[in-house]
Design a protein around this ligand. Structure first.
Ligand code: ATP
Ligand code: MG
Ligand code: MG
Ligand code: MG
Length: 471
């Protein structure tokens, strides 16, 4: 069934509302009271206390479309058809209420009856030991045994907290989308079998030390990728061509004067920019600011990576502010608060992009010079001190330097980098103590940051400049 991204999100939430689920808006990307997580990376993350029983949910069944950021997938962006740093996870949750039988039946009903996905293209995986899930898929749903695959690593967890065995639904996109290897099958890393939905049978609580305690009440946590299902419904070759991302690509094409689908390298850059534009927009709207550590560093890294990919396509002028308008427009319906904060978001991006632009050319010159030297002398590892200088003086997140180096099959001396970093931290601390500098916290009334006390010095400086500029 053909659907826009917005229609799909609504249809999912309505379906589970019809099964007595409470529809909740997405939670912020910034975890509430969960120091184990930098950013929300799954629909269940904000509900951890409901699963463990620490808190009582407003309703035993909830459904959401949750904003998620997974930095771990950053290098996959543009290289696979299905990975983003920012995506939305559709989910239905049961807190000690229904369990496997209903979760499986409803997932199947939604996919095959509401979205009208052809049954013969769907494949199922379960945990090796999960006979119960096998019986349900095989007997209740009528899936042939050979289409239900047992897998050792079908066990889902995200940091400490609730976790359990899982069952996943894959969509076969057809042979021509696969890697062509003789052993290509469900679970292959190529683009043929698309994992669309993960049903987690949450029955354990993992502590920091790695112990698994069975939960008193069993739960259900499911997660389905909005952009992935949209790509199937819209019959697109990747998530990036759906209406949830493609407008950004089209805009980037206009600025760079390139065409999508003409060169593999350019397409990767376009996809990276589209993905990163959405990430930075939502992160800033949720109160993250560029910084040298923590979630602010994730934002900084994503933003600077986008700038570099723009340069790789020949975009020399700052361009992210314009891109963000397009990204914000994509979110206009589900997240109206983003449009309300657009001036602020653009200001943050403008400052950060300017800051990086100012040093990018010099930094690249320095790095290229060192790469030449490495080639000449046949050395494979870049001195950690040079990587640190790129980080400290030219604002290159070390991962960016590493990525550029890996394009030439070189690495960074990470230890040398870490040593230089800790020496610098020590010097900075000593300097701060000496001058006893007071951080001036600007009046931020009306802005998105509510936890001022948590801002680092670097973030304060940025905010102060934004406030001045907005006045
Ligand atoms: P994959 O194996 O493709 O990396 P995953 O097993 O890591 O996915 P889960 O942790 O099971 O993903 O998350 C639940 C669902 O969220 C997935 O089935 C998928 O539809 C979606 N999803 C996960 N990671 C991403 C991502 N980086 N970008 C877009 N969608 C994602
Ligand atoms: Mg993954
Ligand atoms: Mg997977
Ligand atoms: Mg999965």
């Amino acid at each position: 069934k053909k659907m826009t991204g917005n229609e799909l999100r609504k249809s999912f939430l309505q379906f589970f509302a019809s099964k007595d689920h409470l529809v909740e808006p997405s939670h912020s990307l910034i975890p509430d009271n969960d120091p184990s997580l930098l950013l929300i990376g799954a629909g269940m993350a904000p509900f951890k206390p409901f699963f463990t029983g620490k808190m009582k949910p407003p309703h035993p069944r909830i459904t959401t479309s949750q904003k998620c950021v997974r930095t771990g997938d950053i290098e996959n962006v543009g290289r696979t058809a299905r990975h983003h740093t920012f995506f939305e996870m559709l989910g239905n949750f049961s807190f000690g209420d229904y369990f496997k039988k209903e979760a499986i039946a409803w997932a199947w009903e939604y996919l095959t009856e509401h979205l009208e996905l052809p049954k013969e293209k769907l494949w199922i995986t379960i945990h090796t030991s999960d006979d119960e899930a096998f019986e349900i898929w095989n007997k209740d749903i009528n899936i042939a045994a050979e289409r239900i695959i047992r897998m050792e690593d079908n066990f889902w967890e995200i940091g400490p907290g609730p976790c359990g065995p899982c069952s996943e639904v894959y969509f076969d996109l057809g042979e021509d989308r696969g890697c062509g290897k003789p052993d290509c099958a469900v679970g292959c890393d190529c683009d043929r079998y698309l994992e669309i939905w993960n049903l987690v049978f949450t029955q354990f609580d993992r502590d920091e030390a790695g112990n698994y305690t069975p939960l008193v009440k069993k739960n259900i946590d499911t997660g389905a990728g909005l952009e992935r299902i949209a790509s199937v419904l819209q019959n697109k070759a990747s998530n990036f061509e759906t209406d949830l991302l493609f407008p950004v690509i089209e805009h980037a094409c206009r600025i760079a004067g390139v065409h999508y689908g003409e060169a593999a390298k350019t397409d990767v850059s376009l996809k990276v920019i589209a993905d990163h534009a959405r990430s930075m927009t939502v992160m800033i709207a949720d109160g993250v600011l560029p910084a040298n550590e923590g979630r602010g560093y994730v934002l900084r890294r994503i933003l600077r990576r986008a700038v570099r990919h723009g340069r790789m396509m020949g975009i020399e002028k700052p361009f992210l502010v314009g891109i963000v308008d397009i990204a914000a427009n994509i979110f206009a319906e589900p997240y109206p608060e983003i449009a309300e904060k657009i001036a602020y978001i653009k200001k943050v991006i403008q400052l950060e992009e300017e800051r990086f632009q100012a040093t990018l050319i010099q930094g690249m010159e320095l790095l290229n010079k060192h790469i030449e030297e490495l080639i000449q002398s046949n050395i494979k590892v870049l001195d950690g001190v040079v990587a640190f200088k790129l980080y400290d003086t030219y604002g290159f997140p070390w991962e960016l330097t590493q990525e550029i180096l890996s394009e030439h099959n070189f690495e960074i001396d990470r230890r040398g980098f870490d040593v230089a970093m800790s020496e610098q931290r020590e010097r900075a601390r000593a300097a701060r103590l000496e001058t006893d500098e007071k951080v001036i916290i600007p009046d931020l009334s009306g802005l998105v940051i509510d936890e001022l006390s948590k801002l680092s010095y670097d973030e304060n400086a940025t905010v102060a400049r934004i406030v001045l500029l907005l006045k």
